[in-house]
Design a protein around this ligand. Structure first.
Ligand code: AP5
Length: 210
């Protein structure tokens, strides 16, 4: 199946996408991860989007759509994929329709206070990208990745000011996609409040593996 994961920043889209990708054997495609990888490697694209991402704004629709179109043309997407963080605007959703067929838009339902707490405590590994939360999923040793021993850091856009801006941008540009997909009949709400294992169980119940 071809999934879209929709929801506010910090709702747990990436966390569920990583687990579900393993369970269903399909790729997890995160536009945020692709941009961050480009920033880390100082590519032309990375230089172009660095300041936008730090501030919590959105990269232009043209750049983002081109990137996703190219990624979806790769053979590993043949049996399905999870698009995490794309589309994020109505023009992106309309463009997506011209090069992909989406089976379900999964909408992560959660209150702002919870996402602020989740983002405020998130730390990621500089080496392998593994995510932790200082309260909900702390690393065994503070500042060190359990998986590879790499250094843990706080994303630039997880600073208080950027979090607030991301929520404003989400409400203005991305939340309208909920109605967009509801009208198409393929919106599926998921309760994003429980622990990750419970959310994965709910997801698997809603989308039984074939
Ligand atoms: P992106 O990386 O997509 O960021 P986001 O949508 O803001 O989502 P996050 O990664 O912050 O949160 P998440 O929902 O994945 O939550 P997570 O699982 O990490 O985008 C970054 C930037 O790139 C954008 O701001 C924009 O500039 C640009 N961009 C990307 N796509 C774009 C597009 N299409 N168009 C234009 N620009 C684009 O969890 C968060 C924390 O909570 C973690 O610490 C985790 O451990 C914890 N947690 C997760 N689930 C639970 C749970 N169930 N219970 C308790 N804690 C939990």
């Amino acid at each position: 199946m071809n999934f879209i994961f929709l929801g506010p920043p910090g709702a747990g889209k990436g966390t569920l996408a990583k687990q579900a990708a393993q369970v269903y054997g399909i790729p997890h495609i995160s536009t945020g991860d692709i941009f961050r990888e480009n920033i880390k490697n100082q590519t032309e694209l990375g230089k172009k989007v660095d300041a936008i991402i730090k501030s919590g704004g959105l990269v232009s629709d043209d750049i983002t759509c081109e990137l996703v179109k190219d990624r979806l043309s790769k053979p590993d997407t043949k049996n399905g994929y999870i698009l995490d963080g794309f589309p994020r605007t109505i023009p992106q959703a309309e463009a997506l329709e011209s090069f992909a067929k989406i089976d379900a838009a999964v909408n992560f339902d959660i209150a702002d206070e919870a996402v602020v707490e989740r983002l405020g405590g998130r730390v990621c590994c500089k080496e392998c990208g593994q995510m932790f939360h200082v309260k909900f999923n702390p690393p065994k040793q503070a500042g060190k990745c359990d998986k590879c021993g790499g250094e843990l850091y706080t994303r630039d856009d997880d600073k208080t000011e950027s979090i607030q801006n991301r929520l404003v941008v989400y409400r203005k540009s991305t939340a309208p996609l909920i109605d967009f997909y509801k009208n198409k009949g393929n919106l599926v709400d998921i309760d994003a409040r429980p622990a990750p294992e419970a959310i994965l169980a709910e997801f698997e119940k809603k989308f039984p593996k074939k």
